[in-house]
Design a protein around this ligand. Sequence first.
Ligand SMILES: Nc1nc2c(c(=O)[nH]1)N[C@H]1C(S)=C(S)[C@@H](COP(=O)(O)OP(=O)(O)OC[C@H]3O[C@@H](n4cnc5c(=O)[nH]c(N)nc54)[C@H](O)[C@@H]3O)O[C@H]1N2
Ligand SMILES: Nc1nc2c(c(=O)[nH]1)N[C@H]1C(S)=C(S)[C@@H](COP(=O)(O)OP(=O)(O)OC[C@H]3O[C@@H](n4cnc5c(=O)[nH]c(N)nc54)[C@H](O)[C@@H]3O)O[C@H]1N2
Ligand SMILES: [Mo]
Length: 697
Amino acid sequence: MSATLAPGATVVRGSCPLDCPDCCATLITVEDGKATRIQGDKAHPFTQGFLCTKVNRYLERTYHPDRVLTPLRRVGPKGSGQFVEASWDEALAAIAEKLNAIRASKHGPQSILPYSYAGTMGLLQGESMDRRFFHLIGASKLDRTICATAGMMGMRMTVGASIGADAEEVRNSDLVILWGTNTLTSNPHLWPHVLEARANGAPVLCIDPIRTRTAEQCDEWISIRPGTDAALALGMMHVIFAEGLQDDEYIAQHTVGSEALCTRVLEYPPAKVAQITGIPAERIVALARQYGRAKSAFVRINYGLQRHGGGAMAVRTIACLPAVTGHWRRPGGGVQLSSSANFAFNRPALHREDLSPPGTRTVNMSLLGDALTKPDAGVGGPPVMAMVVYNSNPAAIAPDHLKVTEGMRREDLFLVVLEHFRTDTADHADWVLPATTQVEHWDVHFSYGHLYATLNTPAVAPLGQALPNTEIFRRLAARMGLDHPALQDDDVTLVKQAVSGKDPRMATVTWESLSEHGWARLNLPRPFAPFANGGFLTPSGKCEFYSERMAQMGLDPVPTFTPPHEFPENVPELAAKYPLALVSSPAHQFMNSSFVNVGSLQRAAREPELALHPRDAEKRGIAEGAMVVVQNDRGHFKARARIREGIREGVAWAPGVWWAKLSSDGRNVNATTSQRLTDMGGGPVFYDNLVEVRSVS
Ligand SMILES: Nc1nc2c(c(=O)[nH]1)N[C@H]1C(S)=C(S)[C@@H](COP(=O)(O)OP(=O)(O)OC[C@H]3O[C@@H](n4cnc5c(=O)[nH]c(N)nc54)[C@H](O)[C@@H]3O)O[C@H]1N2
Ligand SMILES: Nc1nc2c(c(=O)[nH]1)N[C@H]1C(S)=C(S)[C@@H](COP(=O)(O)OP(=O)(O)OC[C@H]3O[C@@H](n4cnc5c(=O)[nH]c(N)nc54)[C@H](O)[C@@H]3O)O[C@H]1N2
Ligand SMILES: [Mo]
């Protein structure tokens, strides 16, 4: 490496901060105090030396001329995005005074709401000083449900935790099923492992309503109706049990509830499952046999299929498959949704939840629109009078986003936004505070797709007057007169606290190992086959086909098909008006709403688009390239029609979460999504969304 470096240049090890299972290890070249190159670490077994389309442009984003580099004070009307630059001193004084006044008001401290998600996945910049600050001032807590909680609950109820087959063992798999995941877009570093499995003879299948770029590369695309995956898994189990393809020994030793499951799957014969899923019965039978005869099938589910009313049950049901067939026995066999629960960073030490007053309410972030617009906060307790947003862009990404922006324009709401850019959310702020990017601050990372922890060392000094989130909360706390010792820790101390737990899996993840190598594998056996000998993390210690906990929650304790809220058969009048099921999964070039303003990526993504099947387009007289309005009772947005065979009839696809202000009509796909929630975990149902589409005349 050093041989190719210019004189005086250095290379600093880092971590990709983005909300992606791959959590890459990066190498940043620094010349004259400027970051000039970003690369993937070749030595890192999952990164393998390459970065994705987006992170290859991370420096373009960091040095973007539109970066917010000073505090900004609002001067125009709420939501107008009109600001003047201000000093940190002015900003902190004004915000401290206002937050202290709200704390002391009749509404009390719980009328202050923090709102954050995974703009950075870093434990420091995402869940350390910020949490301590809000706990100490007695603010409401936030239930961070916007992405993954439905699926997490599905896994927890079945195998006990967000733990699954190890992606590094996929080469040992004899069948790969990419189920509700667009691997090449949202988990691209898994792909080389999939190719290895294929080279070893494993067929690779993709189950998705859309023929994504991933499906294109697979041996087969199985086109499924959105929200019906549980029915497919039940149909597969029906055939597996009927034909004796199950692993009786594994079932007897390591599962509970197999009788209830066997009885349940009788209700899902292939003909009925074909009706629900739209997949031909013969294909369901063949898939079941293929799966049942395999010995170590790797099923990669991801979060796409859990963004429906029955999302948790769908994940739970699929997660039963490898216990029925005993695929967990072998490395590479099993289901993977997430690997995050293998990591045991010392979050209690970082969060200090003990500092939060007992009885503090929790607000579900997926209900932000209601929380801001309904007088009783829509969630019980005092109205939200102040909101501090960081690591998130809710004005764009939240379901029902027009409600959110309506709430953000309330004259009596005080809104502070910590950001890199003037996003849709920042435009609604009273104060925008300039935050550092990953190149400029410390952090430490877990992964939800592999088993490596990563340290991020700052490569360059903060640009302009930007500060790390941690430092902003330290300074704001001091300005508000808080002097608790937990607010004094510096960032390196926080890293050390993050790795200070006693869990043996973390024995290899220390300040020393991370600062020397940049990353470290968890102290887990290799090959890692977590449930080869049972050892499930459920209360029974078994894979729970029958879940007592779900019975207690009033839910069906046995896997079943829970239809989407907007399942046409159940809502025929709505479906007559709005016959298309709209999926709005990630654009290849963006990370949720991040990178939408980065020129090269925006040009590649073109503009807000809507893909339709040719017959659906023809029925509506929509031509390729026409401007269309996508609409339901919640709202509407405009997009450019793209007509393609590679989409299921009756399904429409709007890729990516565009910044509303970069769309021709100032709104995006979340004008149509609803604030309804998933069956478990209180998650949003972004893809459970019926719409109609017409050409703009
Ligand atoms: N490039 C890029 N990468 C990303 C992201 C990004 O925005 N851009 N986002 C990141 C984040 S935050 C997350 S959570 C992950 C999400 O990544 P994934 O879990 O892969 O999820 P999605 O892309 O939401 O959906 C994946 C696929 O599910 C399909 N799908 C939708 N509904 C259903 C269904 O009911 N059944 C089935 N079988 N398939 C369905 C969609 O058509 C889509 O192709 O990706 C991360 N990676
Ligand atoms: N319709 C539809 N809506 C969706 C989805 C979908 O598939 N369809 N996906 C959903 C999913 S899976 C998710 S996870 C959410 C994601 O939604 P968000 O978590 O809001 O993610 P982003 O849109 O990437 O916005 C993150 C923001 O954080 C900022 N940021 C990054 N790093 C830092 C930092 O260090 N400090 C500060 N202060 N700010 C920082 C970035 O500049 C960016 O504006 O969106 C959800 N919304
Ligand atoms: Mo997500």
